[in-house]
Ligand binder design. Structure first.
Ligand code: GPU
Length: 797
């Protein structure tokens, strides 16, 4: 294990290197340097200090012949990297001093970095937290994904409506990566399969090149660093001169444009299926490149192919890389001449699959026509996999059915272990989507409850609370988060609670200042900050929240001098551009905000704010400032949630349903520190079977009826009675997510929150208890679970 040389990290040495980079890497002198120049110079200075631990880790893995973990994911939602590196190398203070000495504002420099938004939401952010934990735990690992030229779109509001524009993070120099032009693999598509003497060979129609870009991911205290390897698509030959000479000017650039398209843009769909040819090509592109790279590294160490699972564990992040099964078989059979059956078994022993949703619309399936046109050889191999599976279990759960290739079934059958992401979700995976396969392969499905990295989601984003914790229990909790339980004896200590409260207040001030400066919004910082931040989706039920807001507004207006608890409702999140109803919900929130915030009678008691373009960096400001965490999905629909963990950890009790990881959070923090409401997963199923359940719920809830009538009357839409027809029809006639049925229970829970918040000391105690009891939700614990129960890949330490 490498120890960082203390001489390379003093403020003076940092300053010297920043000046050197400014001059020699950027060609600027201090007098003419922009904020951007300073940021790049600081980043390069920091990056230099990651290289040694990175080399040392790689060397140690090779020398010790350690098993490697490969995490294949379409998304890595890493956000800004500068602070990650500063924190993990413990350089915060020295970097600040160095920048000050250079006349620069450290915070402004850090905030200049664009977010790397290479993901949509929870699934992508989980992958980023896992990379942090793998490095902190010194488990040799590679993350493999796509180097999208454009990350998740930027969101703007026009008249309250979501508008999207292309995100362009790579227009600025991406300093953290090292381009590896020598690491490049051909990736084929289309064509046909020729069979001669029983030997199949794939004669592809198109070829692009996958080119590697490596970002080191350094763990806590810089003791270990792994690699995030992202693939960019390049044309196989820059220009087809032969076509050009024949006069086929368009044909001459076809290969080039296909290549440029593949890694061009992240699909902006969260838990909904895409089903587009380009998406299939993206999935195959990065999976095939990663597997060639894995096999090359494995063979270079001189191992026999039969020992692959002893040295390699591959984790598939949802079904997006599920083509890894047939692709690995193809490499073993067509390239390395293994027989089909042992190749299937070897691939299966190496692969594992994580399921992240039960929503039927998210389960990937490809039409046989499309699939066999793009990947004809894989189509054949899947038929072999299906045959081997029938042979083994006798019954027929099919991979190819009704004209579709079903990626969930493929991933399951080709995995050693399948896991869900919370206890409830894993049980439901066994009982619902994979009930048949679970019976045929008992024991294959496991649970690994998600977690979050405490380095970014407490230490880095919440310095005020970090200090209170360290003053109370000392340091060391950052990589041993269960030590937060040592706060427990202080939960009745006035001095501790005062300090905790002061930290929360300063975080609320910090957020208010930022919202004022960046979004022109003014917040009452004495009010409760009630936060719902996540993708906009019917199952997450932002509309339940806004309906309750309208009902509360009505109650306050009816009795303005009542004993109200002032609140600011804060929303953040994007909708998939094609998700019409989610976009209506966004507009409704903005319309309600406009109406309420103008009401002189209520605006100090109830305010609604929805800053546009929610992203990781905004989350880092919102989460520490939150008082109440909204986790209000329809029970059975949220696989886990991870925002729920970040908010609770940062002292924001949850109002929520028994869904996903909420169940386990409530078990840990105690039911008195969690505001539970709503139907359970099994009650949801039963209620849906009842006749006219939504209309009945509306009829018997005067508050809900009134709120819906106000929307219908155009009260929030300048008299326009049709604007929210889609939302209303949905709730009256197709309320699949049971917003109407959970409304009263939610409204009552919110009033319990109001009462609890009025007891300020009692509330601070609840908030602090949440922090003290959330240690189990570190992604370090999650990764230990994967390492022991799935990968059999020990820490090198
Ligand atoms: N999730 Br599938 C996504 O963010 N995107 C997806 O495409 C799929 C799942 C989320 C789940 O909705 C969330 O409950 C979970 O916490 C997260 O994955 C990580 O497991």
């Amino acid at each position: 294990m490498l120890q960082i040389n203390p001489e390379t990290v003093t403020p003076d040495s940092l300053r010297t290197d920043i000046e050197k980079h400014l001059k020699f890497s950027l060609g600027k002198d201090a007098a003419h340097a922009s904020l951007y120049d300073w940021r790049i110079a600081l980043s390069l200075t920091l990056r230099d200090r990651v290289v040694e631990p990175w080399f040392a880790s790689t060397r140690q893995t090779y020398e010790g012949k350690h098993k490697r973990v490969y995490y294949l994911s379409m998304e890595f939602l890493i956000g800004r990297l500068i602070e990650d590196v500063i924190i993990n190398l413990d350089l915060e203070e020295n970097a600040r001093v160095a920048m000050n000495a250079l006349g620069q504002d450290y915070h402004a420099v850090v905030a200049d970095e664009p977010d790397a938004a290479l993901g949509n939401g929870g699934l992508g952010r989980l992958a980023a937290c896992f990379m942090d934990s793998l490095s902190t735990l010194a488990i040799p690992a590679y993350g493999y994904g796509i180097r999208y030229e454009h990350g998740l779109f930027e969101q703007h509001f026009e008249n309250g409506q979501q508008m999207e524009s292309a995100e362009a993070w790579l227009e600025q120099r991406h300093v953290w990566e090292f381009e590896r032009p020598e690491v490049a693999y051909p990736i084929h598509f289309g064509g046909h399969v020729r069979t001669e003497n029983g030997q199949a060979s794939w004669e592809p129609g198109e070829t692009v090149v996958a080119s590697a870009h490596d970002t080191p991911t350094v763990g806590w205290q810089g003791k270990w660093a792994n690699t995030l390897r992202l693939w960019a698509a390049k044309p196989a030959a820059l220009f087809d001169l032969e076509s050009f000479n024949r006069g086929d000017y368009i044909g001459a650039s076809v290969a080039e444009s296909l290549a440029r398209t593949i890694s061009r843009v992240l699909y902006p769909d969260d838990t909904t299926e895409v089903g587009k040819e380009l998406r299939l090509k993206q999935e195959y592109f990065f999976t095939a490149a990663s597997l060639q790279d894995i096999l090359r590294r494995f063979l270079s160490e001189g191992h026999a192919l039969a020992t692959l699972p002893d040295h390699v564990a591959i984790q598939l992040n949802d079904t997006h890389p599920a083509i890894a099964g047939p692709e690995l078989v193809r490499l073993l059979v067509d390239v390395h001449s293994l027989e089909m059956e042992p190749a299937i078994e070897l691939a299966r022993a190496t692969l594992n699959y994580t399921n992240h949703t039960l929503l039927p619309e998210a389960l990937e399936r490809w039409s046989e026509g499309l699939f066999s046109r793009i990947l004809p050889r894989h189509y054949q191999i899947i038929q072999h996999i299906e045959a081997a599976h029938f042979e083994r279990v006798g019954t027929q759960v099919r991979i190819i059915e009704d004209g579709n290739v079903k990626m969930g079934e493929l991933a399951f059958i080709m995995a050693s272990h399948v896991n869900g992401v919370s206890a409830l979700h894993s049980d439901l995976v066994k009982e619902t989507v994979f009930a048949d396969l679970n019976a045929l392969y008992p024991g294959r499905i496991l649970n690994q409850t998600n977690g979050v990295t405490p380095r970014r989601w407490l230490h880095a984003c919440n310095p005020a609370l970090r200090r209170v914790i360290t003053d109370t229990i000392g340091t060391g909790w950052q990589d041993d988060l269960e030590r937060l339980s040592e706060l427990e004896p202080n939960l009745d200590d006035t001095g501790f609670l005062d300090a905790y409260d002061t930290a929360k207040r300063s975080n609320k001030q910090r957020l208010a200042q930022w919202l004022k400066a960046e979004h022109g919004m003014s917040l009452n910082t004495d009010a409760m900050f009630d936060v719902q931040i996540k993708r906009i989706h019917e199952y997450k039920r932002q509309h339940l929240n806004i309906l309750e807001t309208i009902a509360l507004w009505n109650d306050i207006r009816a009795n303005p001098d009542g004993d109200w608890t002032p609140r600011v409702k804060i929303f953040g999140g994007k909708a998939a551009p094609g998700y019409v109803l989610a976009k209506s919900i966004i507009r409704l929130i903005n319309d309600v905000a406009k109406t309420l915030n103008q009401d002189p009678v209520t605006r100090d008691l109830l305010q609604v704010v929805y800053p546009e373009n929610y992203n990781v960096s905004m989350a880092e400001l919102l989460i520490p400032a939150s008082d109440l965490s909204e986790q209000i999905s329809t029970a059975g629909k949220e696989a886990s949630g991870t925002g729920n963990m970040k908010l609770s950890l940062n002292g924001s009790p949850t109002i929520g349903t028994l869904d996903g990881a909420n169940v386990e959070i409530r078990d840990h923090v105690g039911e008195e520190n969690f505001f539970l409401f709503g139907l359970t997963a099994s009650e949801v199923e039963a209620r849906r079977a009842e006749h006219a359940y939504a209309r009945n719920a509306i009829k018997y809830s005067p508050r809900l009826s009134m709120a819906l009538e106000q929307i219908a009357a155009g009260e929030f839409s300048g008299g326009d009675k049709t604007r929210y027809q889609d939302v209303l029809t949905n709730l009256y006639d197709h309320d699949y997510f049971l917003v109407t049925c959970d409304f009263d229970s939610y409204f009552d829970a919110q009033r319990r929150v109001d009462a609890a918040y009025r007891d300020q000391r009692g509330w601070t105690r609840k908030a602090a208890t949440n922090t003290a009891r959330m240690g189990w939700f570190s992604s370090d614990r999650t990764i230990r679970g994967y390492a022991e129960e799935i990968w059999n890949a020990p820490s090198v330490r």
